[in-house]
Design a protein around this ligand. Structure first.
Ligand SMILES: [Zn+2]
Length: 347
């Protein structure tokens, strides 16, 4: 057992410490602010409370936000994660969205770049044999103005993209694919078989509307997988793990990147976040079991959150990278998510 898995095992096996962690007072709120969610909100059974107490120990001082988010009863998914009924009405036109914010700088690790808006991003991995792109932004216009133009500024070109990994079949992740293929028809797209199937029917977006994005069109050479897939290009391997819930075949990703000359492993949630009710305990445990072998040190998502740009601005070659949590902290994160999922299941 290595130190990483030993740490996780020790945390998960930690004797139940009945510390007054759950009774901590929240800081006073001004009348205008909604009250912050309390750790353990909506969980009442003794079993759930014990699990939350264990999760609080694993969280320590630096994962308190994650603890508060994960360890409380979650609302049910807003929409069913299944295709719309046969013959469903065509999507109604939506009002134009506010101009999305471009985050910059874009180079986040030695060989990794991230482009997009404050809502959704696309990640480019540079390898010795070409580029891998993870997700494609929401529309052709986003792909053109945010992704392709951003890549050009960084000296990267669409013609060098070999693989596009689609985390799942929602339009904000695959909406730019058709445009990218108009520039580079040789792109091979990879997605789970379940989500290729899911993408053939009209389906709902998380806001309840029908997805208006053009569907990702299967092309000769595209890649489909059942449960797991290892995709290799140059010195990079992306391990796709089917993590159903957000869609029937969402992929969780594990891949190696270089940070200040050192190899690190990224663990990327494919869609949404693990506290969401659409991710089951079984799904997160499947993903974490796969993650164990690669000892991740970086947590990543196509929805990296509103503070992403501020963090990206702190990236300086040769200095500690703000996105690298380290194996020990990711091990505790895994413990927090697992224990909280168990607590929520215990109710
Ligand atoms: Zn989605």
């Amino acid at each position: 057992m290595n130190s990483w898995s030993a740490g996780v095992a020790a945390i998960l096996a930690f004797p139940l410490a009945l510390q007054p962690l759950l009774a901590q007072q929240a800081p006073p709120q001004s009348p205008a602010e909604p009250p912050a969610p309390a750790v353990g909100d909506g969980l009442y059974s003794d079993a759930a409370k014990r699990l939350v107490a264990e999760a609080a120990i694993a969280a320590g001082q630096d994962l308190t936000a994650e603890l508060a988010l994960m360890c409380r009863k979650q609302p049910p998914p807003r929409v069913p994660n299944r295709p719309a009924a046969e013959g469903a009405a065509a999507p109604a036109p939506r009002p134009p969205r506010p101009q999305p914010l471009l985050h910059a700088p874009n180079r986040v690790f030695d060989n990794v770049y991230h482009f997009g808006t404050s809502q959704v991003g696309a990640t480019v991995i540079r390898t010795s044999a070409g580029l891998i792109l993870i997700d494609t932004l929401m529309t052709a216009a986003n792909a053109e103005h945010l992704l392709v133009a951003g890549m050009a500024r960084e000296g990267l070109h669409v013609r060098d993209i070999k693989y596009v990994v689609l985390t799942h079949a929602h339009g904000d992740h695959h909406g730019g694919l058709t445009y990218l293929r108009s520039l580079n028809p040789a792109i091979r797209a990879a997605m789970s078989a379940d989500d290729w199937a899911y993408s053939r029917a009209p389906f709902y977006m998380p806001d309840g509307s029908l997805d208006p994005a053009p569907k990702p069109v299967w092309q000769k050479g595209d890649i489909s997988y059942a449960d797991t897939l290892r995709l290799k290009l140059g010195g990079t391997t992306i391990h796709l793990v089917k993590t159903p819930g957000h869609t029937p075949g969402t992929s969780g990703l594990l891949y190696n990147v270089t940070v200040n000359g050192r190899q690190e492993t990224v663990m990327q949630w494919g869609g949404g976040q693990p506290q969401n009710a659409d991710y089951s305990l079984a799904t997160v445990e499947t993903f974490f079991a796969a993650a164990k072998a690669s000892r991740p040190s970086i947590l990543w998502s196509s929805h990296n959150g509103p503070d992403f740009s501020a963090k990206a601005a702190q990236v300086q070659p040769g200095s500690p990278n703000p996105f690298v949590w380290g194996q020990e902290k990711i091990g505790r994160y895994i413990a927090v998510v697992t224990l909280c999922k168990r607590a929520v299941a215990a109710g």
